[in-house]
Design a protein around this ligand. Structure first.
Ligand SMILES: NC(=O)c1ccc[n+]([C@@H]2O[C@H](COP(=O)([O-])OP(=O)(O)OC[C@H]3O[C@@H](n4cnc5c(N)ncnc54)[C@H](OP(=O)(O)O)[C@@H]3O)[C@@H](O)[C@H]2O)c1
Length: 323
């Protein structure tokens, strides 16, 4: 099969198409998917650069955390899928390939009226946002939610899901066009962080939950705009992972600081998350309340160009590879 391989750590050009054996189902609970489309995520860029190794047991030199395609083979213990089913799936790596073997519990049906490209844009961001914003952050109806990087793949998902759940949504993004996109998706207010200070702009807004991928100097600014009992949830720290905490402020506001990484979590956790998402989010998607935002589609042979585009940072929404 054709696969995109990280031939050495470095610039996008290290991504090359190679011929690799079709993966084998490694246990009775897996399915083999014939991949039609694979989502591109920022962690794939970190992996290509050598800063985000694949977990144990995962093909280390083929990136890709989410796919959509057709079930082509079933493990003996798989009862929920049949050959020919259209699925999208969360994978811990090796998604940029014609075939991928994945735990049956990490697959979800391709939503009604979605193309494979649209379906491939869903799993990584929806699993991440559902767990971090709603399970860890416990965002509730009418609460105030801030997502940094609102036009990112994660951001466009967080804005839409938080809005659909009845929260009031605020965002930051790096241009006026990106801010407009966030507002079009349901944010009440979006701050262009390149020419405005979000702490000043949101003073008095009383934020209850923040999804932060920036870290660094944003940490204390976040604390300043949070309500008592607020929750700050980290999914990355792109501007620095060491911060100074004023413990007294945290105590006075009774703030919870948490965060998580999805990729290394065990099979059972991801399967339970998938069931929760099927119950809570899939009906929203099937009813049309959630739009996939596809910024660009590349053939698998142009994976390097897809990474280049992501690193340039002009994208709004998702970049997807087509097979
Ligand atoms: N923990 C987990 O399980 C998990 C899972 C998936 C993703 N992630 C993380 O989530 C983040 C987003 O991933 P993605 O795939 O959606 O990538 P992406 O689309 O490339 O998003 C990165 C975003 O960060 C924004 N950004 C950079 N500096 C900023 C700043 N100072 N203030 C506000 N926004 C800023 C960029 O906006 P501008 O271009 O406008 O600057 C861009 O929209 C990544 O850091 C990724 O590692 C974590």
């Amino acid at each position: 099969m054709k696969a995109v391989v990280i031939t050495s750590f470095g610039a996008p050009e290290v991504l090359k198409i190679e011929d690799r054996p079709i993966p084998q189902i490694s246990n009775n609970n897996q399915v083999l998917i014939r991949v039609k489309a694979a989502g591109v995520n920022r962690p794939d860029v970190f992996q290509r650069k050598g800063n985000y190794p694949a977990p144990e047991g995962v093909q280390a030199d083929i990136p890709g955390l989410e796919v959509a395609g057709v079930v082509e083979e079933l493990g003996e213990g798989v009862t929920q899928w049949k050959i020919g089913d259209k699925v999208c799936a969360l994978v811990a790596g090796a998604g940029y390939a014609e075939y991928v073997a994945v735990d049956a519990g990490h697959c979800l049906p391709v939503p009604e009226n979605f193309t494979f490209i649209e379906a491939a844009s869903l799993p990584e961001t929806i699993f991440t946002v559902w767990h971090n914003v709603f399970q860890r952050g416990m965002l509730k109806k009418d609460e105030h939610f801030l997502v940094h990087g609102g036009s990112s793949g994660i951001g466009i998902t967080a804005i839409q899901l938080a809005r659909a759940m009845g929260a009031k949504v605020f965002a930051t993004a790096g241009s006026d066009d990106k801010c407009k996109a966030c507002i079009d998706l349901g944010a009440l207010y979006c701050i262009n962080y390149r020419n405005h200070d979000f702490e000043k702009e949101l003073k008095g807004s009383g934020i209850d939950v923040i999804l932060d991928m920036i870290g660094g100097a944003y940490f204390n600014k976040n604390i300043e705009i949070m309500n008592p009992e607020a929750r700050m949830v980290y999914i990355n720290s792109m501007a620095g992972n060491t911060v100074e905490l004023n413990i007294m402020k945290m105590m006075q506001k009774r703030i919870t600081i948490t965060g998580s990484t999805l990729r290394g979590r065990d099979t059972e956790f991801k399967s339970a998350l998938a069931q929760d998402i099927l119950k809570n989010i899939w009906p929203l998607i099937n009813s049309g309340s959630f739009k996939p935002i596809i910024y660009a589609v590349f053939p698998i042979s142009a994976a390097a160009a897809a990474h280049q585009l992501m690193e340039e940072g002009s994208h709004i929404g998702k970049i997807v590879l087509e097979l």
